[in-house]
Design a protein around this ligand. Sequence first.
Ligand code: ATP
Length: 302
Amino acid sequence: MSEGQIVLSRLTKHYRGVRAVDELSFQVEAGRVTGFLGPNGAGKTTTLRMLLGLVQPTSGEAAIGGRRYVDLAQPIRTVGAVLDASAAHQGRTGRNHLRVYCAAAGLPYSRADEVLDQVGLTAAADRKFKGYSLGMKQRLGIATAMLGDPGVLILDEPANGLDPEGIHWLRGFLRRLAADGRTVLVSSHLLTEMQSLADDVVIVAAGKLIRQGRISELLQTVSRSRIRIRTPRLAELAAALTAVGAIVETTTAGTLLVEGIDQATVSRTALGAQLEIHDLGTDTPDLEQAFLELTSGKAAIR
Ligand SMILES: Nc1ncnc2c1ncn2[C@@H]1O[C@H](COP(=O)(O)OP(=O)(O)OP(=O)(O)O)[C@@H](O)[C@H]1O
C-alpha cells in the first residue's frame, strides 16, 4: 500500500433517522486526481469529515496510508484539507491567516509566503480576508492545506465560486500535484466541472457508491447515443420494441430510450402495433444528463 492511498471500508454514518453515509467502500490512488461526485446531500462532506477524523463513523473505517487520521504521526505533513473555504478570521490578512497556522504547526513563517506564491495570491497577501472574492478564498484555503507540504490533498467543492480562468488554474494546479505523486481527492456536485479536473471519479448518491472508475471510461459507457421516443402508450410500445430485440429504458420524464434497433424498425414496430409516436429523435446524453441518470431517484433530500 502506498503512503498516499486512501481506503474506505464499509464506512457508515447514521444521524437520527438519516443514513448520511451507508456502507461506503472505495479506494483513491496516489498520482491521480480523483473526483468525489454526488448530488446535494449525497454524503460527500460527511465522508470527508470522517476521513479527517472530524466525525466519528457509526461503523466501518477510513484510512490514509493504512492509518486512521487520528493515528497519523504527522497529520499536517500527511494530509491537507479544505472543507470550508469561507472559514477564516475576517479581519486578518491572507499572510497573517497562514502565519497563525504556521505557528500552531511549528512551521517557519516563510512557508506562508511559499504557499501564497504557489496559489498565485502573493499580490493579495496583505489584504484582509473580508475583502477577498470567493475565488481568492478558495485559493487561500488551498494554500492553508499546502502548508505542511502534504502527500494527500482533500478539497471539498474547490471550484465553487471560481470563474473559468480560476477553474483553468485549479486544473493545472491539481494536475501538477498529482504529477508529483500526491493523492488529490476533490468533491463536487457537478460532473461537467469534474470532467475537466479529474482522472478518476467516485460517484455517490444517498450515501451509497454508484460508480467508480476512470472518467474516460465512465464517459464512454454513458455517452452512447440512443433513440428517444415520446408516446402516450409508453408500456405497450416498450413491450413491442423489446419483442423485436431492442433494449428499452423508460425515463422518469416519460420517454423511452431505445438501443439495439434503428429508427426505421422503431416506426415499423409502432405502426404494426398501432401505437402512436409523438416524437422520435436521437439522444446523446451530455455529462450532466449522464450524472443525473446515474443518480436518478437517489438524489432526494434526506
Ligand atoms: N450533523 C448532522 N446532523 C444531522 N444530519 C446531518 C448532519 N450532517 C449531515 N447530515 C445529513 O446527512 C446527509 C448528507 O449530508 P452531506 O453534507 O454529507 O452531503 P453532501 O453530499 O456533502 O451535500 P452537499 O453537496 O449539499 O454539500 C444530508 O441528508 C444531511 O442533511
